[in-house]
Structure formats: C-alpha cells, structure tokens
Design a protein around this ligand. Sequence first.
Ligand SMILES: Cc1cc2nc3c(=O)[nH]c(=O)nc-3n(C[C@H](O)[C@H](O)[C@H](O)COP(=O)(O)OP(=O)(O)OC[C@H]3O[C@@H](n4cnc5c(N)ncnc54)[C@H](O)[C@@H]3O)c2cc1C
Length: 412
Amino acid sequence: MDEKRSRQVIIAGAGVAGLTAALAFAERGYAVQVYEQAQRLEAVGAGLQLSPNATRILRQLGVLDRLLPAAVRPEAVVLKDARTLRQLARVPLGQAGESRWGAPYLVAHRADLQSALMARVAEMPDIRLTLGGRVEKIATGSHGVTATVVIGGKTAEEQGSLLVGADGVWSLVRALVDSKRMASPRSRFSGELAWRATVAADSSAGPAFAAIGAVDCVTTFLHPGFHMVAYPVSKGDAFNLVAFTKGERIADGWSGHADPSILAAAMRGTAPGLVKLVELAGPWLTWPLHTVEQTQPWTTSNGIVLIGDAAHAMTPFAAQGAAMAIEDAAMLANIMADFPTDPMESLRIWENLRRPRIAKVARRGAVNRLAWHAAGPVAVARNLFLTMRPSGKLAADLDWLYGWQQQKIIRR
Ligand SMILES: Cc1cc2nc3c(=O)[nH]c(=O)nc-3n(C[C@H](O)[C@H](O)[C@H](O)COP(=O)(O)OP(=O)(O)OC[C@H]3O[C@@H](n4cnc5c(N)ncnc54)[C@H](O)[C@@H]3O)c2cc1C
C-alpha cells in the first residue's frame, strides 16, 4: 500500500462517533472521507448529558468552544423520589465538578453537539464529508479496504487503509463484519421505551417544570414503574424530559408515537406536580431502546473497526452512549497514529483496552436501572443509603467514570 493510502481513513456515518473520529484522525495527520447516508444532518434526538470524560476530548479536538454558547452547565445531579419530590441525593457539578474531573459537565441538545462537531469539521481541510452517501459493501485485500458507496443512485468506490463503522445501532458495517461468525449480528430490543419531550421555558409547561425544582440541575425522579430525567437545554430556553418505562417494540428506527396511557399508568402514585408537568409537556415521542451484544468482534484483521453504537449500543441509564462513542473515536485515532507500523496490532490493542471500560459503563447503567425502579423495602434501603451518603462521597464514586483519561500506551 502506498504512503498516501496508508493514512486514508473511510468513515461510515456522521453521528457523534463518526464526526469525532473524523476530527481525531485528521488531527493526527490522516486524510478522512466520511460518508453519511442522510441527505441532511437534521436535528435528530433530544437532550444529551455530556460528562467530563467526553467534554475533555471535545476540548482537545477544538469542539468545546463551539458547543459552550448553546450548552448549559448544570449545578448538580440530583435524585428525587417521584412520589414525594423529596431530594435523596445531590452530586455537585458546576465549578466543583469541573475542578474535580478537569472538564465541565454539560447538558445540550444533540443538534447543538452535532452543529459544533460540524463547524470544526468544516475547518479541517483533510476531512471530506459526503452527505447522501450510503456505504453498501466492503472488500478487503492487499490494497487495504474498498468501500462501495451509493450516492444519488450512482455507485462509487473509495479505498483506504481503515474503514470505521460509525453507523449506529442498526449498523450495516457490523452485519458485513460479522456475517460469518454470528447467527444474528442485529441489535436487540431491550424491552424499555424512552419517552421524550422538550418544553419551551415560556410555554404553559415552563412554570410546571420550574415548580418541580429542576431548572438548573440534572434531576432524576425515581419510581418503581418509571424514572424520569429532567434538565435544561438551549441555554435554559428549553427543558428536556425523558422518562423510561417498560414497553413494546415499535419498529427499527429512532422515534415514533406510542400510547401515552402507558406512561400515565406507569406513573401511578406520582406527585401531582410531576403528573401535571407530563400532561402539559406533550407531544411525547417514544424511542425503543436497542442494545448490541458485546460478544461480537469490534475489529477485523483486515482493517475494519466498529465504534460507538455500532459496536456496543447500551441502554442510556448511565447517560454515557455518546460519551463512549467520543472516547472510542479519540482513543482509536491516538493508538493508530502512535503505532503506525502495525495497524492491525493497533486495532487489537484498542479493542482490548475499550472492552473492559465499555462493559463497566454498561453494568453501571444496569445497576442504575435496578436501583431507580426499586420498590418496597429495597426502595426504603436505597433511599436511606442515598440520603446518608455525603455528596463528596457520591462524587468520588463517579471518579472512575468522569475522571477517565486515556493512559499512555507503551509497546515493547
Ligand atoms: C433516550 C436516549 C437518551 C440518551 N441520553 C444520552 C446522554 O444523556 N448522554 C450520552 O452520552 N448518550 C446518551 N444517549 C446515547 C447516544 O444518543 C448514542 O449513544 C449516540 O448518539 C450514538 O452515536 P453514534 O454516532 O454511534 O450513532 P448515531 O448517532 O446513530 O449515528 C450513526 C450515523 O450513521 C449513519 N449511517 C447509518 N448507516 C449508514 C451507512 N450504511 N452509510 C453511511 N451512513 C450510515 C446514520 O444515518 C447516522 O447519522 C441516549 C440515547 C437514548 C436513546
């Protein structure tokens, strides 16, 4: 493979994972071609919590300054009992969190993050982004990787040394990578629905939101039948609400409409202020939560790698899916650039380092889900534990997650 092609990276997907990977590789001197199947990058999704492990990387890649004008720095993460609205725990964020973890904890609209990433991508001459380009086939050989891409009904081929599958939970690259090894490399419906609504601060739901005391914090309301996370976005001009219940699979795809009586039934016994907010806050969109089994490979020995949701979509109960995509992307580019003489070994090192971290974060999400939906004596014990634990200790419990930084890797 010639010198130029050995530093050519092809990325399928321009979500958080793909755009971050494009920036990280371009920063390390690679030429990057990103293909995104959508004709336009639209404002898909709703709010995102971006913890310091992610914002530290966004700062290194020159994205943070572009995001800050639209984002909010919440004062704390707060847990409340949904029946009484009583505060159970408070982890200080704001300046205290930034000093502790070395980068800010932010909440933002997903579209604001995407715009900030795009603005930075536009400044990088070594990144080419093709919208309306769907990666459909991949071939590998001594020349490296060849992606067959369909653009406006026409087929084109792109060659590079590495193909990064950043094509999300319904990844085609995953199916291509794994079709021989796995009976079903598809994602799996988790049995949970996310209910999302965005409330304008000056709408009739704005005062109802203020009344539940969540305007400057990330607040999670706990209940056996559901939990709800509430926080400000868009510089405080709007509020993001996301509730989680059990539910039926709707279809493959991000969002749709479901029967709001499911949410109402799950909220039985909830404080009237929260019920009123949910009534005023509609329309609610539902998102079926899909996960990807972590048993399947993320890399191949011939230059294909999966990152972000394509590799390991997880339930959002630790609010870390986008953060893990950002960590994946930055670490991949760093390891590939630090050890350019054996790229396939670099891919293996990356996968071996990422797996335990991703598994631990996914486990944390599962524990959160169990604890937040606890009932009866278990809920009483949980509330006692949370109210007794000093906020400094609660913050220290999160050091492994929010304080994460890539370690220097020494290869012998
Ligand atoms: C309810 C909910 C709340 C969440 N809250 C948080 C949170 O607070 N914090 C957090 O960190 N994470 C959160 N997440 C998770 C986070 O949204 C995802 O983990 C993250 O967006 C994944 O990014 P991605 O780039 O891997 O995938 P995606 O965002 O899905 O991007 C994939 C892209 O690839 C494109 N594509 C697909 N196939 C092809 C192809 N063949 N060729 C070219 N392009 C293709 C798609 O069009 C898409 O643009 C939440 C998720 C949900 C569902």
